[in-house]
Design a protein around this ligand. Structure first.
Ligand SMILES: [Zn+2]
Length: 274
């Protein structure tokens, strides 16, 4: 696979941020922790937030470490290896530890050991397995250039691109974006998104906390929560502060769409809540 031209072997390429949704983190690499130094950064996020491939590569599932819990290795095409540690092991909302390190709980649905994955494809769910049991859900993320010693992920994370949702590049996706109307003009809706679901897969991002600029084609319909037609978008402007769920028209999962760049997503239906 080798290094890309102009980049030394083992150099870390520009990354996709490994967690989708609102995340808090600091450069805690090297901090003293129980049995040694902290070899990564802890990315705190809502439980079950999608963990996605930071670059294209091959995953190795690892299910037998008491400290790491459910984890995986992503061996990137650049030669850098990434560790995803403390993935989800709960079945319900509580800390039940009943899920195990299996696809659909810790790992993305259908993900198998040795799978090749695209950058930004979902590979896991954020959780609290291993010695993070009962702590705030977080992804312990490590970066090993050239598959060697760990370096701080921090500057790579700061520069990484943040996805609005996880999808396999080129697949056809639909989103349900739930939030509050910020502004609404002809053909355009600015929605402060609290949470979303994406299909295929129905993957939920519980905490988005991001304003998304949507195209609103004239054919977009506006309904009440039971589906009763209120108006077409052309006839009705949405009031700022109104709670709404915007459904996007099925579209190819380009990088621009997955990043949620302004006006790359178009509505098909807007459901007003109350
Ligand atoms: Zn950690």
């Amino acid at each position: 696979m080798g290094a890309q031209p102009g980049r030394p072997a083992g150099a870390v390429p520009p990354l996709i941020f490994p967690v989708v949704g609102s995340v808090s983190y600091s450069d805690d690499f090297g901090d003293a922790r129980g049995q040694g130094r902290h070899d990564g950064n802890d990315l705190l996020a809502a439980k079950r937030s999608p963990a996605v491939a930071a670059e294209a590569g091959t995953v190795t599932l690892w299910t037998t470490s008491a400290r790491a819990g459910c984890m995986l290795y992503l061996r990137g095409a650049s030669g850098t290896t990434y560790l995803y540690v403390h993935l989800n092991n709960d079945l319900g909302e509580a800390n039940d530890n009943r899920g195990g390190c299996v696809a659909g709980v810790a790992y993305a649905k259908g993900l198998v050991d040795g799978a090749r994955v695209a950058a930004g494809q979902q590979i896991g769910y954020v959780g609290d397995s291993g010695d993070a049991d009962g702590a705030a859900a977080h992804l312990h993320f490590e970066v090993h250039p050239g598959d060697g010693a760990a370096v701080s992920p921090y500057r790579f994370l700061r520069a990484a691109r943040r996805l609005l949702f996880a999808a396999r590049p080129g697949s056809t996706f639909t989103l349900a974006l739930r939030g509050t109307v910020a502004t609404s003009l002809a053909g355009h809706l600015s929605l402060k998104v609290d949470s979303l679901r994406s299909w295929p897969g129905g993957v939920r991002v519980a905490k988005v906390e991001r304003t998304v600029e949507l195209q609103v084609p004239a054919a977009t319909i506006v309904t009440d929560p039971l589906g009763a037609l209120l108006a077409t978008a052309r006839l009705r402007s949405l009031e700022p502060g109104q709670s709404a769920t915007a459904w996007t028209a099925p579209a190819p999962a380009t990088l621009q769409a997955r990043l949620g760049l302004p006006l790359t997503l178009a509505t098909e239906r807007v459901v007003l809540a109350g």
